[in-house]
Design a binder for this molecule. Structure first.
Ligand SMILES: NC(=O)c1ccc[n+]([C@@H]2O[C@H](COP(=O)([O-])OP(=O)(O)OC[C@H]3O[C@@H](n4cnc5c(N)ncnc54)[C@H](O)[C@@H]3O)[C@@H](O)[C@H]2O)c1
Ligand SMILES: *[C@@H]1O[C@H](CO)[C@@H](O)[C@H](O)[C@H]1NC(C)=O
Length: 317
């Protein structure tokens, strides 16, 4: 990929996700120019990144071949968009999840970059045909949707605009691979992309099981954390089936396909997440883990520690 030899990437927006992307790209040896429209925000972001990189290095979890000092030297901050975009071959947008904000940011960016620069959005919920509707040349635009926290959860969903060229997706795929992420390609845009569609299916059935009085909130979470999730950190649902019948997936469907169909046909309608019943499910969760900042941040810390351990385990195998 010739354009990967061009070493500058611009990150637009320096919040949680912008800072994570900057760290991921720097770990792959790219120069990263960080821009935020809040004066001084991008500079603050670098201070925050410095702290995080030093902690990661201490824990032996810093990504890439370079030291934290070397990676930090690749970062620079800008309050001026034109300066931030100078020399970049790839732009990763990470501003607020608001359609109008993203549309106008991309309109501004397009006027300031050369015609071969790839424009990539981190949006979680907006489809490319909306995000890029105000861009003239949409053939170089795509969504690269990360998962939080991208430093440990490496999936990136690449979602093309209907006009995006294959070469643009290929270059982005190569870039993401080079910096150690795990890119996947969607062949077409769809609401929720792939990850949130699968996640929504899991949410719906978990919610229904609790709502219908079949199981408690605590136990439905254990179905995942002590059951399905144990495998899913390493193999997906397709390979799980393939391995679970003596002769693979075809055999699995011969044996269990009818059962799967029967169960799927018994799934109810989309649950009402705003009903009285929903309130009692929410209360049940809050009895397990109160929703005050203290309890939640303790559990988030535990989650991130465990994710770090899991990332390490996966790296070593
Ligand atoms: N947080 C997550 O879990 C997550 C996961 C995947 C994708 N995303 C997506 O990433 C994007 C950023 O999310 P976040 O959580 O980092 O948000 P955030 O609120 O932490 O950060 C947004 C940053 O963008 C800056 N900004 C706002 N408008 C701007 C503009 N016009 N120009 C330049 N900078 C601007 C803000 O000052 C802020 O620093 C969103 O589209 C979100 O959907 C978030
Ligand atoms: C549109 O973008 C593609 C992909 O980056 C580029 O090859 C092409 O030259 C651009 N077209 C125009 C008219 O700028």
């Amino acid at each position: 990929m010739s354009s990967l030899n061009m070493k500058i990437i611009t990150v637009i927006g320096s919040g949680l996700i912008g800072r994570s992307w900057a760290m991921v790209f720097a770990s792959g040896g790219f120069s990263v120019r960080i821009y935020d429209n809040q004066q001084g925000q991008a500079a603050k972001a670098i201070k925050e990144i410095k702290k995080q990189m030093e902690e990661l290095e201490e824990a032996g979890m810093l990504r890439g071949e370079l030291t934290s000092t070397q990676q930090l030297s690749l970062l620079s901050s800008y309050d001026d968009l034109a300066q931030a975009l100078e020399g970049a071959f790839f732009v990763q947008e990470c501003v607020f999840e608001q359609l109008e904000v993203k549309q106008s940011v991309f309109q501004d960016i397009e006027c300031l970059v050369g015609k071969d620069v790839i424009l990539s959005s981190s949006t979680s919920c907006l489809v490319p045909s909306s995000v890029f509707s105000k861009v003239q040349n949409r053939s170089r635009c795509l969504v690269s949707h990360p998962v939080n926290p991208p430093y440990y959860v490496k999936l990136v969903e690449l979602v093309p605009h209907p006009e995006t060229t294959t070469a643009v997706v290929d270059t982005t795929h190569a870039l993401m691979t080079k910096v150690g992420q795990a890119p996947i390609r969607l062949k077409k845009e769809i609401d929720g992309f792939a990850l949130n569609r699968v996640q929504s299916a899991i949410i719906a059935e978990s919610w229904r099981l609790v709502q219908d009085g079949i199981i408690s909130v605590k136990d439905v979470d254990l179905v995942m954390s002590e059951g399905l999730g144990m495998r899913y950190a390493f193999i997906g649902p397709m390979e799980t089936m393939h391995l679970n019948a003596p002769e693979g997936l075809g055999d699995y469907m011969k044996r269990y396909g009818e059962g799967v169909t029967r169960v799927l046909n018994s799934f109810g309608p989309v649950p009402d997440f705003f009903s009285k019943g929903a309130k009692s499910i929410i209360n049940e969760m809050c009895e397990l883990i109160p929703s005050d900042p203290q309890h939640l941040s303790a559990r988030r810390e535990r989650r991130d520690q465990l994710l770090m351990g899991l990332a390490k385990l996966k790296k070593d195998h």
